[in-house]
Write a protein that binds this ligand. Sequence first.
Ligand code: ADP
Ligand code: MG
Length: 718
Amino acid sequence: MDHTAYNKTLYACPMDPDVIKEKAGKCPKCGMELTPLEPYEKKHGEHTGHMSMEDDFKKRFFITLPLVLIIMLLSPNIQKWFGFSLDFFGKNFLMFVIGTFIFFIGGKPFFKAAKGEISTFNLGMMTLVALAISVGYFFSVAATFLFAGESLYWEISTLISVFLLGHWFEMRAVRGATGALNELAKLIPPTAHKIVRGPAARVTPQFNIIDVKTEELEKGDRVLVKPGEKIPIDGIVVDGESFINESMVTGESRPISKKKADKVIGGTINNDGSLTIEITKVGRETAVAQIMDLIRKAQESKPNVQHLADRAANVLTFVAIIAGISSFLFWFFVSPHGAVFAATLAVSAIVVACPHALGLAIPTVTTVTSALGARNGILIKDMKGLEIARKINYVVFDKTGTLTKGEFGVVNVVVAGSTFAKASADKPAAENEILRLAAAVEAHSQHSIAAGIVNEAKKRDIKAPEVKGFKSYPGKGAEGMVEGKRVAVGNKALMDESKVQSLGFEISDEEAKGKTQVYVVVDNRLAGVILLADMVREESKEAIAKLKQMGIKTAMLTGDTKDVAEKIGKQLDIDTIFAQVLPDDKVNKVKELQSKGNIVAMVGDGVNDAPSLTQAHVGIAIGAGTDVAVESAEIVLMKNDPEDVVKAISLSRKTNTKMVQNLIWATGYNVLAIPTAAGVFYKSFGILLKPEWAAILMSLSSIIVVFNALLLKKAKLD
Ligand code: ADP
Ligand code: MG
C-alpha cells in the first residue's frame, strides 16, 4: 500500500530551490548532490540532510579561516599597508603550501559543482567560481616557481573564504524558501489513536485504543481524536461533534462545525470536542499529500520569465569569461600594469559577473509564492497561469455553485391541470406525485438541481420508485422510465426538443420570478413545474465589487434562464450575463471575450466548466470542485469563496512585482560591477574592485535577491 506521498523523503538541490525530486541524485541544473527534505518534524538538534550541505560550507569556512589570516600576514602587500615586515627564508614556499591547502580544501565544493555544470553543458556560477580561483591559483604557482613576480595567494584565499561564507549564508536563506513542503509535511501528526477491538472483545464488546504510526493506518480504520489534537488523516466523522480549525489546509480561519458524516482533513486541528473518525483516504490521496504534490508541480512549472532569466544567465556567463580574458589582455598588453595586476582584475571580473543572483531571482519567488498561496487556500498548479493572472481584465464566473451556493431548495410545485386532472382536486397529493416521479429520475443525476428535488421528496417522506433507462442531457435535464411511464425533468430547451404539449399551460410570472423552473413531463405531457431557488453566496457581491475596483470586468455564465440570471446579475452588479448557455457553448462565450482582446479568467467548479477553464487564459477551479475541473484549471481555490479569485490576482501581481525587482537587481548590478571589476574606472578615478570584494558583492547580490523573495512571505493578499 502506498502511504508514501507525505512521508516520502523528497530531495532538493541546496542551491536551486525549484529542483525537488523524488529520488536522490544530482541536480540537473548545477550537478550538485541533492539533499533530502525531512518528512517529519525532527527532534531539535538533529541535523537534516539539507543542513549538511550548508554545514559543509560552514566547516570548510572555519577550517580555512586561520590559514587565510596567516597567508594575509605573509603577503607583502598587506605588510606594506599595515607598515610591518615579515620576511624569512622559504616564505614563498610556505605561502604556496598554505595557498594550495586552501585552494583544494576550500575550493573542493566549487570544483565538484563546476564538474556537474560542465558535464551537463550548463556552464554557470560554479564554473565561473572554479575558473576564477583556478586562474588565480595557477598564476600564483607560476609566480612562485617559474618567474619572478608577486603571487595572488592571499587574494585567492580570501576569495575562497568569502565564497564559502556566501554559500553558507545563501543556503540558509534558500532553506527558508524551500521550507514550505516541509511545513506541510509537518502538519500530519506522526501518531494516531487507533481504535481496535480488544483481546477481551468476546467477553466485553469494548474497544481498545492503541497508538500507531499515522503511516500505518489503512482505509476503514477508526481513530479517536481528542480535543486539541490534530486530525491524523482524511476521514469521515462516525461519532462525536466538534469544531475544527481547517485554516492550514483551506485558508478558512473560522472553525468549522463537524458532526456525524462530515468529512475531516488530516493535519487540521480539532478544537473542543472528541471525534471518532473512519479513515477514507491514505497516502497520496490525502488532501495534504495532494497539496504537496501541487506545490511541487507548481515549483517545477516554470513561469515564462524564467526562460528570460535563464537566457540572461547564460549570456552573463559568457560576458564574465570575456570580461575576464579581455581585462587581462588589456592590462597586460595594451596598458601594461604587470601580470599580477592584470590577473587580479581578470579574477575580479569573472567573480563579480557570476550570474548566481540571476539564477535565484525567479525560483525563490515562485517557491515563496506557492507556499503563500497554499496558506491562503490558493493552489497554483501552473506558474504560467499565475503569471498571466495579473493581466486579467475579464473574469467569467459560472453561476451555479460558484456565485451561488448551488444548494437548490424547492420553493413551490405548480401542478399542470390536464395530466393530473383527477389529482388536481387534491393539490398536495398531485404535488407529491410530481415530486415522486421527478425525484425518481433525479436520484441518478449529479446536478445540484437534482439534489434539491431529491431532498424535497425526502423532506415530504415520499419514497421514490426505481428508474430504468436513465439518460442525462447536460445543461437541459434528464429522463428515465418510472413505473412504465417515460418521465422527463428539465428546462425549456428540453421541452422544446421533445415537443411537449403544454396544453396552453402557463405559470404566472409573479410565481416564477427569479426562480429556476424545472418542468416535469410524464409520457410527453406536462405534469407540472417545480420552482427552485438557489442562494447567492454572501462573498460573491464583495468579490465582484473588489474586481470592479481593480478595473476588472465580470461576466456570469449559466445554463439557467435569462430571468434567473438577470436577477442574480443585478443583485451582484455583474457587467455581462450569458444565460441559457448549453455546456458545449460555454467555451464559445469565453472565446468570444478573448477575441475582443480581453485576458479572461474563468471560474467554475463543474464537469461542464472544464473546457472553458482550459480555454480561458487562466482557469480557476473553485471549492476544490470536481476532479475534472481541478485537472483543467491552472489555479485551484480550496474554499468555495469567490473572493479568493481577487486574492489570486493580488498574489499574481505581488509575485510579478517581486520577480521584476529581482531581475532588475540581479542584472542591473552587473552594469556597474563588471566594468568596475575590469578596471574601467581605474585610470580616471582610481577605483578598483579586489577579487574578495567582488566575491562579497556577488554573494551579497544573491542574498539580497533571496531575502527580497522571502519578504513576500509576509505579504497580505487582498
Ligand atoms: P449552470 O451553468 O448554471 O451550472 P447547467 O449548465 O448545469 O447549469 O444546467 C443548465 C440548466 O439545465 C439548469 O438551470 C436546469 O434548468 C437544466 N438542468 C440541467 N440538469 C438538470 C437536471 N438534472 N434536472 C433538471 N434540470 C436540469
Ligand atoms: Mg455549475
